[in-house]
Design a binder for this molecule. Structure first.
Ligand code: ADP
Ligand code: MG
Length: 240
């Protein structure tokens, strides 16, 4: 579903991605771990073309993405993204947030978008808040609306960048629950998170990024209990 080869990305003189190789299979859930600044967000942003990489290859669903030739908007709809800080439109209700892109980007009829929007809000347990503005929602509720909004474009892949890091601890579970359900339904997912419970329970694979490269990866149970690299061990000790 995703294939990344020898990916490089610099910001000015700072090289952030230093030859990343990664593949994600259909329906696979990959948890991406690594210290702050190791390049996790940059990698996700390159997979969603919010950021253009300098060198290397990205294939989505088998198709090589050439930023100069490919219709990136088409691929952006295939790869949904959820951010740490929700990024909901503050002046739009929950439902309006969800139906905005289907109507304006996909040109779906408003009546149909609404119907699908309600169904998605129901899926994330937010149907009764459809007409509420983000200001009136808790962080966990906002994040669930943000997930519904990303799903509204019917993506084949969902990327999550620390979706629960900004939440009060008691609100983390409701968001992880929605993500767990998505994984169960067979969504292909890449999740940056330090929620080890989620990683152990839901992920098919844990990938550890260090200094712009993938240092180590493995099946979660094995990866967490028996990391091979000293850097991985240090990192896991620091977050557990
Ligand atoms: P992580 O998500 O693992 O914490 P990031 O991908 O956000 O890491 O950042 C990796 C490095 O790239 C950091 O040093 C960060 O400051 C830098 N960086 C990220 N985005 C930009 C940008 N738009 N401009 C300049 N530097 C950036
Ligand atoms: Mg980050």
């Amino acid at each position: 579903m995703i294939e990344v080869k020898n990916l490089y990305k610099s910001f000015g003189s700072l090289t952030v991605l230093k030859g990343v190789d990664m593949a994600v299979n259909e329906k696979e859930v990959v948890v991406l771990l690594g210290a702050s600044g190791s390049g996790k967000s940059t990698l996700l942003r390159c997979l969603n073309f919010l950021e253009m990489y300098d060198k290397g290859e990205v294939r989505i669903n088998g198709q090589l993405i050439d930023p100069k030739k490919t219709d990136l908007n088409k691929f952006r709809t295939e790869v949904g993204m959820v951010f740490q800080h929700f990024n909901l439109f503050p002046h739009k209700t929950a439902l309006e947030n969800v139906i905005e892109a289907p109507i304006y980007v996909k040109k779906i009829l408003p009546s149909q978008a609404k119907e699908e929007g309600y169904a998605l809000l129901e899926k994330v347990g937010m149907k009764d808040k459809a007409d509420v503005y983000p200001d009136m929602l808790s962080g966990g509720q906002k994040q669930r609306v943000a997930i519904a909004r990303a799903l509204a474009m019917k993506p084949k892949i969902m990327l999550f960048d620390e979706p629960t890091s900004a939440l009060d601890p008691e609100l983390v579970g409701e968001v992880l629950q929605v993500m767990k359900q998505l994984a169960k339904e067979g969504m292909t997912m890449v999740v940056v998170t330090h929620e080890m419970g989620f990683a152990r329970e839901v992920a098919d694979r844990a990938v550890f990024m260090d200094n712009g490269q993938i240092l180590e990866q493995g099946e979660p149970a094995h990866f967490f209990s028996n990391p091979q690299q000293e850097r991985t061990r240090q990192f896991l000790n620091s977050i557990l």
